[in-house]
Design a protein around this ligand. Structure first.
Ligand code: GZL
Length: 317
């Protein structure tokens, strides 16, 4: 065999191998780091499941980190994503502040950051590309407006607040308080954090009942898990949740909507956690250099005795 034909066959083999490698390279799965808050509620479980299931469906290599309810764990996770040179970082920030230093490290590494679920406070808007989640101010207003009608603008409210320093707790407190200010006889007589946890809701409601007894007309809970814990405490005190104490809550997780059907919670405002698809669509646009919306709010509706039974069978979370 002449030298030239040996050289030609080597060259063809080399080009073929390079082509295979090149096509394999551009099919390299997207690598995404997700720093999740923890597993404090049914909402959180559904949100994590949405992110994991959609990544698996799209063949995305998802590095999932459970923050166990501690900001320092989320910060550590982001640092590890930078070391792993992920293509994008998703952060569901436990609290609103304290993110600038670690987000600067991601920016220096050229890794885009998507903030999901809860917002952050920062002076440097370049530290993240966009926010995807719900509008907690609207949720608080929807809860207050529904309640004012239900009780004709009169009643003594105890408030079960979410995680201190978190955007949902801050915003749901703020907008609810502003909305009920229009009704001088609708007053918050006590407020305490149950940390979005069912156990927290039960313990704090037990303390409220001990302290205020029959003076409690209404419970406003920042999420269904705490409301469901409070329902247990109310029943153990020999009272009827949804009747002796009107309960308005947020999230509309399946168990919360079922409690509305059962008349134990009077109203729950939806806060949809199933935004995995929207997050990955956004990441793919960012990596392709396309413009994306700076803030993208999920659509949320409200469930009470007029519509809960009609939707309970089809609730996805
Ligand atoms: C809201 C989310 C809140 C939920 C809680 O987007 O951050 O945290 O309302 C969850 O159930 O724990």
């Amino acid at each position: 065999m002449k030298i030239t034909s040996v050289f030609q066959s080597l060259l063809i083999g080399f080009v073929a191998a390079a082509t295979v490698l090149a096509s394999a390279a551009d099919k390299k799965p997207l690598k995404v780091g997700f720093a999740q808050t923890g597993a404090e509620s049914a909402w959180r479980t559904a949100n994590s499941e949405s992110m994991k299931a959609e990544a698996a469906k799209r063949g995305i290599d998802l590095k999932f980190s459970d923050g166990l309810g501690k900001q320092e764990n989320q910060i550590r996770a982001i640092r590890s994503f930078v070391t792993q040179h992920v293509d994008a970082i998703v952060l569901a920030p436990l609290v609103e502040t304290g993110w600038d230093p670690v987000l600067r490290e991601a920016k220096r590494a050229g890794i885009p950051v998507i903030i999901t679920d809860r917002t952050i406070q920062t002076a440097d808007e370049s530290l993240y590309v966009c926010f995807i989640g719900s509008d907690f101010l609207t949720e608080g207003r929807m809860a207050a407006d529904w309640l004012a009608k239900k009780v004709n603008g009169k009643g003594r409210i105890v408030e079960l607040q979410g995680t201190p320093g978190s955007a949902p707790a801050n915003d749901r407190r703020k907008s609810f308080g502003e909305a009920i200010a229009k009704y001088p006889e609708l007053k918050i007589i006590d407020a305490q954090s149950g940390d979005f946890r069912r156990t927290g809701g039960k313990e704090v409601m037990e303390a409220f009942i001990k302290k205020h007894g029959k003076d409690i007309d209404i419970l406003y809970a920042h999420n269904d898990d705490m409301a469901l814990g409070a329902v247990q405490a109310i029943e153990e005190a020999g009272l009827k949740p949804g009747k002796d104490i009107v309960i308005v809550s947020i999230d509309a997780v399946r168990e919360g909507v079922q409690a509305v059907v059962d008349g134990k919670i009077n109203c729950t405002v939806e806060c949809n956690p199933l935004f995995g698809p929207k997050v990955y669509d956004t990441i793919q646009k960012v990596i392709a250099g396309e413009k994306v919306e700076r803030k993208s709010f999920n659509k949320d509706e409200l469930f009470d005795s007029t519509n809960a039974a009609a939707v309970i069978a089809t609730r996805q979370y």
